[in-house]
Structure formats: C-alpha cells, structure tokens
Design a binder for this molecule. Structure first.
Ligand SMILES: [Zn+2]
Length: 244
C-alpha cells in the first residue's frame, strides 16, 4: 500500500497540467469605434473613450496580459492573456493608441490589433497610411487585414485581391508581417477557411465566447471574439473577460 501513494502522486502530477491547459480561457474582444456616439452609423459599434479607459484600467489592475497575434504562442506562458481587437480601421482608434501609451508602466504593456480594410485606408474617417506606419512602429498596435473591400467572403469566388492583395498592400505600408485576417461580418465557411489558410496564420470570427483550445481541425481559423458594445457595462465587461 505504501508503494502506491507515491505512484498516485506521480499520476496526479502528470494529469494536472493537461487539465489546466484544457480549461484555459482566452478572451478575444472586438471593438469598432472608440469615440462618443454622435448619430452616425450603429450606436452599439461606438465605445466612448471614457468607458474604454475604465475597461482597460480593469485589465491593468487585474493582472491581464494584452497580446497581439504575433505572440499567439505566449498564451501558454503569460498571466491572463487577452486580445484587444478593432475592426474596420477607423481614425478614432487613435484614441485607443493614446490611452495605451498613457496606461503603460514597467509592469503593464498594453497592445492591440487593428484590422484595416486596405482599400479604405486614407478615407476621411479611416486611418491613413501615415497613421498605420506610426501605429505599427509604436509597438502598441499590430495592423492586420480585414480584406480589401469588406465583402461577405462566403459570397465571392475570387479571393485573391481580398486576401493576398490586402495583405501585400498593408505590409508595404507598415513594413511588418500581416498574419491574421478578420472575416467581414464574421462570415466564413469551409471554402473561406481553406483559402485563408493559404495566406494567413489566423482567421478571426465574431462567434462569441473566449478561445478554449479543443484541438479541432482549423482551430486557429475559427477564433471566436466577443463584442464590446456601447451598452456594455463594466460589470458585463468583467464577465466577458473572466479567465477562470
Ligand atoms: Zn468589419
């Protein structure tokens, strides 16, 4: 009987890490505009700079690590990994950049990903080429692709300009690799995943919920994201980002 005790401890220790890994939750958040809503477009797609600051402060005070997709593999090595993403490349995302700089300390290094629509770059309410270069060089923001023209990818047949074309164009502007694609409207199907795999390392949906590794096929092309909306309260935000 005595000999059995150490053996059972060994079995327990071997079993423990796989359980911890299986339960790890990685929230991936999606924002659009970081600005007060002034009556243009859908109100829910605007988060005020004030609310955004409260949300990021919560992450700072509670030991989260803000990652970008270049550091995907670090989800296993850092405390409370979380991804902050912004779709559509609005000019007002500069407000997020300003806040990230403000919140930076020795211990807290915020970062986020802006998914830009490459043909829309430089339009009046969108980030310009100069903005993108500045953001990419800052180390706070990774610039990734949200296609060239924002089509529903499940309804087109020629993907080249949308996937490869947008990637090349953005890389030329930022001088940094584009490795992640956020599907417009969150829409994808088997064919979209297949073509995305040829060009990108990650495909990002808007299927809600945190990422939990399941080991299923094409998992990195089906990454879930949860919307943070104009109406999201801080209490709701805390539930969205819960990692245990
Ligand atoms: Zn979009």
């Amino acid at each position: 009987m005595k000999r059995l005790v150490p053996l059972s401890i060994c079995v327990f220790i071997l079993w423990l890490p796989s359980v911890v890994e299986a339960q790890q939750k990685v929230p991936i958040l999606v924002y659009h505009s970081i600005e007060e809503f002034h009556g243009h477009g859908s109100k829910e797609l605007y988060v005020s700079p004030d609310n955004f600051e409260k949300q990021m402060n919560f992450l700072k005070e509670n030991g989260y690590t803000l990652l970008t997709f270049e550091r995907w593999k670090d989800i296993r090595n850092v405390n409370k990994p979380i991804f902050i993403t912004f779709d559509d490349g609005y000019k007002n995302n500069l407000n997020a950049f300003t806040l990230f700089k403000k919140l930076t300390t020795e211990r807290f290094k915020p970062s986020g990903t802006i998914f830009v629509i490459s043909d829309f770059i430089g339009q009046s309410n969108r980030l310009s080429k100069t903005d993108l270069k500045l953001l990419a060089d800052s180390g706070f923001i990774s610039i990734q692709s949200h296609t060239a023209t924002h089509p529903d990818l499940t309804k087109i047949v020629n993907y080249n300009d949308e996937l490869k074309g947008s990637k090349v164009k953005i890389e030329q502007m930022t001088g940094k690799p584009v490795i992640a694609l956020s599907y417009p409207y969150g829409n994808f199907n088997d064919q979209v995943v297949l073509v995305t795999k040829r060009v990108y390392m990650y495909g990002i949906t808007t299927t809600p919920g945190p990422y939990i590794k399941k080991g299923i096929k094409n998992e990195l092309y089906l990454l879930p994201r949860t919307y943070v909306k104009n109406s999201t309260t801080l209490e709701e935000f805390k539930k969205i980002v819960k990692t245990d």
